[in-house]
Ligand binder design. Sequence first.
Ligand code: FES
Length: 319
Amino acid sequence: MTALPAPLMLRIASAEKVAADIHSFELRAPSGEDLPTFTAGAHVTVRSPNGSLRKYSLCNDPAERGRYVIAVKRDPAGRGGSVDLVDRTRAGDTVEVSAPHNAFELAGKAPSFILVAGGIGITPLMSMARSLNGEGRRYTLYYLTRSPEHTAFRDALQGADFGGKVVIHHDDGDPARAFDLWPILEKPSAAHVYCCGPRALLEAVRDMTGHWPPAAIHFESFIDAGAAARPGDKPFGVRLAKSGDRFEVPAGVSILEVLRSRGHEAPSSCESGTCGTCRTRLVSGEADHRDLVLTEDEKATQIMICVSRARSPEIAIDR
Ligand code: FES
């Protein structure tokens, strides 16, 4: 079983259903003491009773020192960790939780923020909105969900703190009724854009912000190598140009995981193709890019090894 670095053993102080298939968990230290601090956009990794590790964004205000609040989507089509956490834990249980880590941090100097959430992607943006409320900074939160019943935090978002800063849109599952973000993103401004949600929403925002400064656009998703796998993925070879080592990368396993399993150190953070930490120079071969970081120009010479694969039988990378 994979070990979490210096895990915290936290008590589930409360667990409740907050929307269709979304469950909120309040986690506290059994002794009641303060928890390690976090910043808006941070996530923790939680071990489910079946041993699975899943990342969940913290959605409460970072100013709160005594608790972490996460919201978990119970997705029967997922890999089972979240269903297990929802179905097999209850208030009073203890769970293993990593210290918070942030790969989706608010830009300190931005004059304003455009927050775009799709479904369960609201969680890190909820913490950001709460933090920005506390600091009196400008933002608008666009929260896109299927229906009112699928909308977590509805009551909180109707509170005075959020007045005039939140747009909630329901599409009833009909793509023809999707919210049109283009009028908001058409003209670049000094704002920073933060987007978290399903892959289609991330890609839509990426496509609509190609003319913005890249440093002003931020994405978060918890697609890992397994979840990013596509039907028809094939094994390929990866050659390390510096050491000359060559490894096979099986379907369903990332280059990053293969390198680590062979004792190579490789920095990473999000492991979902959104933060840029694992950026590696592509020496030869054709990559199958699956990240949301690289520009079209960069794709010829770089690869994000946490999610991207190869179209050619072999690629060489600068390691
Ligand atoms: S670790 Fe974040 S993009 Fe690869």
